[in-house]
Design a protein around this ligand. Structure first.
Ligand SMILES: [Zn+2]
Length: 220
């Protein structure tokens, strides 16, 4: 993805509203940020977190939830503590799992992803989806992708014919997961690599702004 120049500096919210904002970070980076702590999570999220037995995975889940809060607070102009996230499962109608959303901002979409020490999150005009994988990870077999996403048949054949079919297939997998999280339909997908990871964002709108800053431009 090409870098998008931020708008004129006019304060904490100087990035244009209306474009999705995505971030990719290492779990350790997120957890090292001052103020990004487990207390920001809601009780139901903390309960879920504490049921995860593998410490590294627990850290990934925590970091992903903190990163999406960090981005959301900036985007909607509130404190990170004020960001309330709920999840609703499109399959069973249950809460606490499934697609995350902001009850206070129904027009704004959020999505988060984590993979072995990496986390990614996006906020913007909804619906949208994000996915991240370690770049060295082997993608699922093409037959698996074809079964799960039959509409990707043409893209699968193109990936198989690429110079580096393994890398192409992994990109396709990440893009497909991002589309799936966004709910499908007409979406534009942006893919990039950073920190040894490949990430994709699927949105209905314009180009995605990538966030890396933690400091002075942070939310109040
Ligand atoms: Zn469910």
């Amino acid at each position: 993805m090409s870098a998008v120049a931020p708008g004129p500096a006019t304060g904490p919210s100087r990035l244009p509203v209306g474009r999705a904002r995505a971030a990719l970070a290492r779990t350790t980076e997120v957890l090292a940020q001052q103020g990004l702590t487990e207390e920001l999570l809601q009780p139901w999220e903390r309960g879920r977190l504490h049921r995860i037995r593998i410490p590294a995975r627990r850290d990934d889940v925590l970091a992903a939830r903190l990163l999406v809060r960090h981005l959301t607070a900036r985007y909607v102009g509130c404190s990170r503590r004020e960001v309330e996230i709920r999840q609703l499962c499109p399959d069973c109608g249950g809460t606490g799992h499934g697609r995350p959303f902001l009850p206070a901002h129904p027009e704004t979409g959020i999505s988060l992803s984590h993979a072995d020490g990496l986390v990614a999150a996006v906020v913007g005009p909804g619906p949208l989806g994000i996915d991240v994988e370690q770049a060295h990870r082997r993608p699922p077999p093409p037959a698996h992708i074809a079964r799960r996403f039959p509409e990707q048949d043409g893209a699968l054949r193109a990936a198989a014919a690429a110079d580096d079919p393994v890398a192409a297939l992994l990109r396709l997998w990440v893009q497909t997961e991002a589309r799936f999280k966004a709910g499908g339909g007409r979406l534009s997908v942006e893919t990039w690599t950073d920190r040894g990871a490949v990430a994709a964002v699927a949105t209905t709108g314009a180009a995605v702004v990538r966030h890396v800053g933690w400091g002075a431009e942070d939310c109040r």
